[in-house]
Design a protein around this ligand. Structure first.
Ligand code: N01
Length: 538
């Protein structure tokens, strides 16, 4: 066993969300002295900061939780099929308490930089308060969608009213009653906030650049009988999710949308629409994410639903995506989204035809029309996958930062876990990891890391580091599989975060692996079975 006693810790993990908690638990189990640091003043990561009205999971409770702790499984009770943000936060705090994790978590501890010292084979983590900590292993659990992005709209700083980003929502809440509220951004965050705000305010101006295909959820309460069933079947449910391309505990579809009759297709679309949420995206047909013709059939079905729900035909048409097809963007789930547009005080402003020209002191200017507002909300997303890792200085071999590497060499990693030039640096949900219900890759990743580091410690391996060949292979796989999906299309492209297209100046490359979560896990198992051959070690 390696002697790590000269360093403050064996492992430092940045981030106290789902990833940080799972990793802490698993590294502690193998005897590694592990510390989790987080800049926020509470546990929960993404769920700690995303407090906007309407925030909730879009995966169902049964597979949006860890399966590794029997105590947590037996003692925790979910109350909603799609748990609200507060409930997920309570769950994470429950996990932290039940597994006694808090004593190894330091909150209010922001990391400025992390620097690898080649001679000492040590990571020094420099903190915002001027102090530093050392460890052999550095693990990022900073999340994939954590670096909030404001749009580059002229005049954005001149607005004199209240201004909020959904991912930086004040913990005390915001009193919106009686106010004129504007919203820019209609991805999953904007779509969740719309119906809640619509019910609270007098005048609501929704500025829409690109409509989305929203699958309504039919949320419901979870009863004690359902929890009892889940407790008895946790492993099977988790296994199902782990074997599903998108990490959901659902049956894979069996047929192409193109091989059934129109009548049968409509019947299947209708029945899965009624089940709600990701059942529609995942259980209807095999090819809604990979075949443009099939995806267009689903698109037309959803457009027909929009026309059914939204009474004003003009609004219904505006809400219907035409520039890309279903699954072309990450599918958002709705909780009365389309219905919210039936209120007269909810105004849908098309900024695709007439763009926002600037933000003024008083509100938002669309063409020559100024919309006066008291509050302006940005649900404009994130510098996804890489944003948090490039926002701080992660300095590897030869003084090179991850930012520099990815900017100049393109996005490169081995399975999103390691990067060449950064020995003993590991990422939970690094770029090029699966596009999925993230609880699955988080848990399986923590368990993979536990086995890898136990092996390294037992075999006196000083460090793991991705080989350049493994990075080239994984970049190619990520691009190849991404291009097989309807997310990638030269003609009809949905500009979105998974291709880095939402951030000005970011290269267009797949930020996530689209080849299926179960395929990805097999690659991780193969790497382990090979004695970690694709990771350099002395
Ligand atoms: O961000 P987004 P998000 N002018 O990037 C618009 C996860 N998530 O926070 O499409 C005008 O999807 C932009 O418009 P357009 C989930 O993985 C999960 O909503 O570029 N508009 C778009 O409408 C999700 O995919 C949950 O034309 C501008 C919006 O801002 C990911 O987080 C809940 C603009 C950004 O959408 C990100 O979702 C919430 C501009 N200059 C989020 N710039 C769950 O349910 C941007 N926009 C668990």
């Amino acid at each position: 066993m390696t002697d790590n006693s000269t360093r403050d810790f064996d492992a430092i993990v940045i981030g106290a969300g789902f990833s940080g908690l799972a990793i802490l638990h698993h590294l502690r189990e193998i005897g590694l002295r592990t510390l989790v640091v987080d800049g926020e003043d509470g546990i929960g990561g993404t769920w700690w900061v995303n407090r906007y009205p309407g925030v909730r999971t879009d995966s169902e409770y049964s597979y949006y939780s860890f399966s590794f702790s029997k105590e947590v499984r037996d003692e925790w009770t979910w109350t909603e099929r799609y748990p609200a943000g507060d409930e997920v936060l309570s769950y994470l705090n429950f996990v932290a308490d039940r597994l006694d994790l808090r004593k190894d978590i330091r909150l209010n501890t922001r990391v400025d930089s992390a620097v690898y010292d080649e001679d000492a084979n040590t990571w020094t983590v420099n903190l915002a308060d001027g102090t530093s900590l050392t460890a052999k292993y550095l693990v990022s659990g900073m999340g994939v969608l954590s670096q909030a992005a404001f749009p580059a709209i002229p005049g954005i700083d001149t607005f004199r009213g209240e201004k909020y980003h959904t991912a930086q929502w004040p913990r005390t809440g915001v009193d919106l009653a009686g106010k004129r509220v504007g919203l820019i951004g209609l991805g999953a965050s904007g779509i969740q906030i719309v119906p809640v705000i619509a019910s609270e305010v007098d005048e609501f101006f929704v500025f829409q650049r690109t409509p989305n295909f929203v699958v309504e959820t039919n949320n419901d309460k979870v009863g004690e009988a359902e929890m009892e069933w889940l407790r008895a079947n946790y492993d099977a449910v988790y296994e199902k999710a782990a074997n599903h391309p998108f990490g959901v505990a659902m049956e894979p579809a069996e047929h192409s949308a193109l091989e059934v009759s129109e009548e049968e297709r409509r019947r299947i679309f209708e029945s899965k629409w009624n089940e709600g949420g990701f059942h529609f995206a995942n259980e209807c047909f095999t090819d809604l994410a990979t075949n443009h013709e099939a995806s267009e059939l689903a698109s037309e079905f959803i457009r027909s639903k929009i026309r059914e729900i939204v009474k004003d035909p003009q609004k219904a048409e505006l809400l219907s995506p035409r520039t890309y097809s279903f699954n072309g963007k990450r599918v958002p789930t709705g909780h009365g989204y389309y219905n919210a547009f039936n209120h007269d005080h909810v105004h849908l402003i098309d900024t695709a035809t007439t763009p926002i020209t600037r933000i003024t002191e008083n509100g938002v200017m669309v063409g020559d029309t100024e919309y006066e507002l008291d509050v302006l909300i940005f649900a404009t997303g994130f510098d996804a996958m890489t944003g948090t890792l490039t926002n701080i200085d992660v300095v590897g071999r030869g003084g090179r930062t991850l930012r520099d590497k990815w900017t100049h060499d393109g996005l490169k990693s081995n399975l999103g876990i390691n990067a060449h030039g950064f020995p003993n640096f590991f990422m939970s949900l690094g770029p090029q990891t699966p596009y999925s219900n993230l609880i699955v890759p988080i848990q399986l990743g923590a368990q993979w890391l536990q086995r890898a580091l136990r092996w390294a410690e037992e075999n006196d391996v000083p460090y793991f580091e991705a080989t350049p060949e493994s990075e080239d292979w994984w970049r190619e796989e990520t691009e190849r599989t991404g291009r097989l999906t309807v997310m990638y299309s030269e003609g009809k492209k949905a500009k979105a975060w998974f291709l880095g297209e939402n951030i000005p100046g970011k290269a267009e490359e797949f930020q996530v692996y689209m080849g299926g979560g179960q395929v990805y896990q097999q690659h991780c198992r193969d790497l382990e079975a090979s004695g970690y051959a694709a990771l350099l070690h002395r």
